[in-house]
Design a protein. Structure first.
Length: 80
């Protein structure tokens, strides 16, 4: 049961990260929390602090468009 809840949380965070502006940053913060939170669970999570640092770096960037908007604009260019 815990695994399903964790997976649902991860998918939700991923979808939020793909949005724009404030929502994307909240998704990144949630991802950092998750990675740091599960780091003490075992040796297989030793890379998590490095990934959390990468997400912290991404927090310094601006996200003016969402992934969906980027895909839509690419499709419009190909099919006028």
């Amino acid at each position: 049961m815990f695994g399903l809840l964790a997976a649902a949380y991860e998918v939700t965070l991923a979808l939020i990260m793909l949005s724009k502006e404030r929502h994307a940053k909240w998704g990144l913060i949630g991802g950092i929390d998750f990675l740091v939170g599960i780091s003490p669970l075992g040796i297989w999570t030793l890379g998590n602090p490095i990934m959390a640092l990468a997400l912290a770096y991404l927090l310094t960037k601006e996200y003016d468009t969402s992934v969906a908007e980027m895909l839509r604009s690419q499709l419009r260019r190909r099919h006028p």
